[in-house]
Design a protein around this ligand. Structure first.
Ligand code: IPM
Ligand code: MG
Length: 400
């Protein structure tokens, strides 16, 4: 019989850590009130792979849109160096300590994709920077909208972001050569806060439906708790109907044209949310078109839903990367910090360029536009005095 002591004491420590986290969740910090913050500091991480390419373009658009606020000192963009795979490997940390400190000195973060090492890959198998940042800044809600007006699709996913299969994803136990064990963690407090956000969003936006996605028929304890919590939270929102789906049939129904337009707001544990949102984004033109907001009480971080696309870099196609994902994230960021007028402008321009008119098309290859060319097109469109009517005309046409 193998010695189980190291594994059981590792497990005991994990449980203690998780109970401490629960205690913390019971006393949430106050929410940042952006209207009173001056300057609002936006930390910008350029990341790896295609990250710097799409981030440079997104920042260029933002600096143009926000030039008055930047000049008056209301808003500040602050480059956060050091969130590169080279520097992370040098420190053997998902986020080196000084970088984490710099992030915590910002109010919100715009983050380009960073490399996520994997077992057997070229880099040591350190934890993903995304996962670490979501945990360290307690960014519990990963909000991912997907919209295809011509197909009648208008979805918002609320992916739980700080627990599930992710939180101990780098802390599993290789008990013996033959036995490996990973852990999935779901807490009452962690479920409550994401479910509350999803139901509140639905209620505030007069959306009469929330869909809760789990695999509670098989993963009975953790997903069971998530589902039970949904039932309880739903009672606070009698005006919102809710239904429960299992993740397997949900992935099928997302491609069922008769069914998929009925879904509106979906809320789900971490890994299911990861998977389903990639599938969802494909309807909109792929992961390169989808942004995400990682929201906590105090901090928030905005990013593309995809990774750093090392294959595009290896094949020398980096400059053809689609910046739309990060621009969508930037739109969510502007809304979050209170500049809804500029968010709307950027959104209309991106809808026109990426979905409606598509005079310049990104294909990810040299038969399409570069990120720079596409952003020049978005730039021109923002500056167009008839932006609003141009957007209105094309969206009417698409929805007709
Ligand atoms: C995402 C990404 C990340 C995740 C990776 C890069 C760690 O796929 O944001 O969905 O799995 O959460
Ligand atoms: Mg993902």
């Amino acid at each position: 019989m193998s010695d189980l002591k190291p594994a059981t004491s590792h497990f005991e420590n994990l449980l203690k850590e998780q109970l401490q986290r629960v205690q913390k969740m019971k006393n949430p910090p106050p929410e940042t009130e952006f209207s009173t913050v001056k300057p609002i500091i936006v930390g910008v991480c350029w990341g790896d792979g295609i990250g710097p390419i799409i981030c440079q373009e997104t920042q260029r658009l933002l600096e143009h849109l926000m030039k008055d606020e930047i000049a008056s000192g209301r808003l500040q963009f602050r480059p956060i160096e050091g969130l590169t795979i080279e520097n992370r490997v040098k420190h053997m940390k998902a986020i080196p300590d000084d970088v984490l400190e710099a992030l915590k000195a910002c109010h919100v973060i715009l983050k380009a994709p960073t490399t996520t090492p994997e077992k057997g890959g070229p880099y040591p198998n350190i934890e993903s920077a995304n996962v670490a940042m979501r945990r360290e800044l307690d960014l519990f809600a990963n909000v991912r909208p997907v919209k295809v007006p011509s197909e009648g699709l208008d979805w918002v996913f609320f992916r739980e972001n700080t627990e599930g299969s992710y939180i101990l994803g780098s802390k599993g136990i290789q008990v013996t050569d033959d036995l490996a064990v990973d852990f999935k963690v779901i807490t009452k407090q962690g479920s409550e806060r994401i479910l509350e956000m999803a139901f509140k969003y639905a209620a505030d936006h007069h959306i009469n439906r929330v869909t809760v996605v789990t695999k509670a028929n098989v993963v009975k304890t953790t997903d069971g708790l998530f589902l039970e919590t949904a039932e309880r939270i739903s009672k606070q929102y009698p005006q919102v109907t809710w239904d429960a789906w299992y993740i397997d049939i949900m992935t099928a129904k997302l491609i069922d044209p008769a069914r998929r337009t009925q879904f509106k707001v979906m809320v789900l544990p971490n890994l299911y949310g990861d998977i389903l949102t990639d599938e969802a984004a494909q309807f909109q033109g792929g992961v390169g078109t989808a942004g995400s907001a990682n929201i906590g009480y105090r901090y928030a971080m905005f990013e593309a839903i995809h990774g750093s696309a090392p294959r595009m870099i290896e094949e020398d196609r980096g400059k053809y990367a689609d910046p739309s994902s990060l621009i969508r994230a930037a739109i969510m960021m502007l809304n979050h910090i209170g500049f809804t007028d500029r968010a709307k402008k950027l959104e209309m321009a991106l809808d026109i360029c990426g979905q409606y008119e598509q005079k310049v098309k990104i294909t990810g290859r040299d038969n399409g536009a570069t990120a720079r060319e596409f952003c020049d097109y978005v730039f021109e469109t923002i500056r167009d005095d008839s932006l609003q009517s141009r957007w209105q005309a094309s969206s009417n046409q698409k929805e007709a």
